[in-house]
Every structure is written in structure tokens, then in C-alpha cells.
Design a protein around this ligand. Sequence first.
Ligand SMILES: [Zn+2]
Length: 221
Amino acid sequence: MKVFQSSAAQMRLVGGQLSLDFVNTVDGRSSYSPRKNPAAASNVLRDKLRNYSDLVGWGQHAGIITALEARSLIREGKRKAAEAAKVFERAIALREALYRIFKARLTDGTPRSVDLDTVNDELQRARSHKRLTRAGDGFTWEWIGPATALDRMLWSIAHSGAEYLTAGDLSRLRECGGEECGWLFEDTSKNRSRQWCHMQDCGNLEKVRRFRARQRRGSNK
Ligand SMILES: [Zn+2]
């Protein structure tokens, strides 16, 4: 059972990669230009993560922590509010660094080394909690550490982001074509033709927009 009602805990997970779903906790990136209008960020960007509880809620929603773990993290976060606030800051820094790295890949740009440093810092913390373990006939990684380690969601996110960057097919990385969206996803369609984060959201909005534009042109004749 989900214990959270925040929008982060209810959003669509359509990125195809944990790190992309995490980056997608912000809406409106495609209509926001930090260079052109930095002051407009609060009007244009809609961040689903507002505090540590939202981060925990998203972590449970994304399946990287259990409901039981989420409940104990919330309790611990309330007990150690200053520490939880720092973990939240780290989470946002990691998210934005990942976003800029992915975006650089999409635009054939060069990722900034400061962003790689941020991911590497989190990766290093994550590695100290990673252990090889048996799983059936094979092996798998598991995360070890106290259930109340406030940053345990970040281990999975940093690890997943690095795995995707090193071993994923980045030629399939896409940005949603929705006018006010900016979500990223992995296009796993056979003919590499996926345009939208989700057809029912951005795909339909675009259809309506095109229809209205056609109607306007028609009525101006
Ligand atoms: Zn979209």
C-alpha cells in the first residue's frame, strides 16, 4: 500500500530507466530556458519533489524501497530533519546533474565535468553499500546498510544512471515532443519512432493543438 499522496508518488514512470524517471520529476523543462530567462524558473518548472518525504514517496513508487522501508525513512527523516534536508539537497543536485548530462547527449553537447563529479560522488557513496550475492543459480547486486540510512534511494539512482550512461543504448534516448513537457525516455520501439512520454498526455495535447491550429487557419480564409 502506498503511504504517500504527493504527485511524485503518483506520476507516470515512462522513462524506461530509473534515472530517467527520476529526472522526470520536473515538468516543463522544454519551455524553460535558463539562459534566456532564469527568473522564470518558478513559473515554468513544476517540481514534484518539494521535500524529503516526496523523495521517499517517489522511491517507493519507483520500486527502489519497500513500503516498510519508506515508513521507517519518514520517521527517521522527521527525527533527523537537518540531515534529511541535506539528503534532499543532494538528491536534487544529482537529478539536475543527470539531466544536464542526458541533455548534453541529446544535443551533441559536452557534459560539464562538475556534473560528472556530482554523479561520481554519489556513485562512490553507493558503491560502499553494494554487495555481490547469490540469486538462484546466478548472482546479483544487493544494497546493504541500515534500513534507516536516509540516502538509500540515491544509491539506486546513481547506480542506475551510471549503468545507463556506460552500458545503455544512448542512441535511443529521447526528449518528449510535448510543448510544455521535457520528460526524457528511452525509445525502445522497433522503428525508433516514439515521440511522446505518454500518448494520453503529451500526444493527445499535441493532436488538439494541431487541430485548433488547422481550425484557426481554416476560419481565417
Ligand atoms: Zn511529455
